[in-house]
Design a protein around this ligand. Structure first.
Ligand SMILES: [Zn+2]
Length: 251
């Protein structure tokens, strides 16, 4: 029997029978796959930790008829602490949902996994703002999917000398105060937001999450990223509403 070795994260788990699970794993080189994990819910099973949601592992699998079958897995990072904190879990679950929805079978996902790993690591650091990390993750995700907004000047007239920057959701980029006249689906961009958007798109994944924003800039940044990402992915992320509630409740 031929084995397949790959590295990836569990993004979904479904219990089957008394002791088994079917996992959805997003892997570096096979893309999103199903893995049948037999016996992993028996107490003391050596692979029970590695076969849980958020577990990032090196996998040894073999090909079954319709799914891959678990031979063994070795944990690189279980991100176990995320499950200990309701707020963190809510944001992480949202990122995982977005990740799950935008990864596919046979589509290698190494870069996408790297962004998710850094997002989760940053989420676990002290004194970080989960709502910011989630938006940086979302923006980096759509960037890797090929949706890059035009931010190096006005996307209509090309000028780089802009006094008041606007973001056009129809044109997917910055517009200057002159071109903004009469446009619909436009939002004013604060200077701090413009800097943050450009920084995230230019930075490598390891550095993209390394900043914080003042509350009013964060609000503006969030509004632009949420709408841009929803438009590109043609989906309203329902958990967004849920974590607005989490924020409001924690105030
Ligand atoms: Zn212009």
């Amino acid at each position: 029997m031929s084995y397949v070795k790959t590295r990836g994260m569990v993004v979904r788990e479904v219990k089957v029978g008394d002791y088994d699970k079917i996992l959805t794993v997003v892997t570096e080189d096979l893309g999103k796959i199903s893995v049948s994990a037999r016996g992993v819910r028996r107490s003391g099973n050596r692979y029970s930790a590695g076969t849980q949601i958020f577990s990032y592992c090196d996998w040894v699998l073999y090909r079954g008829k319709n799914t891959y079958i678990l031979n063994s897995c070795e944990i690189i990072n279980s991100f176990y602490e995320i499950r200990q904190d309701m707020t963190m879990l809510t944001y992480a679950a949202h990122m995982l949902q977005l990740f799950h929805d935008t990864t596919y079978e046979n589509q290698p996902a190494k870069d996408r996994l790297t962004v998710l790993i850094y997002a989760l690591k940053n989420l676990l650091q002290d004194n970080r703002t989960p709502s910011l990390i989630t938006r940086v993750f979302a923006l980096k995700t759509v960037q890797l999917m090929g949706f890059v907004p035009f931010l190096s000047g006005c996307c209509l007239c090309g000028t780089r000398e802009i006094d008041d920057i606007y973001f056009s959701f129809d044109r997917c980029g910055f517009v200057c105060e002159k071109c903004n006249t009469g446009l619909k689906n436009v939002i004013q961009v604060k200077a701090g937001t413009a800097k943050a958007l450009i920084y995230v798109l230019c930075a490598e994944p390891r550095k993209a999450f390394g900043f914080e924003l003042s509350p009013d800039v964060l609000k503006n940044f969030t509004e632009i990223v949420d709408r841009y990402v929803d438009d590109r992915l043609e989906k309203k992320y329902s958990k967004m509403n849920f974590f607005q509630e989490v924020q409001e409740n924690s105030r």
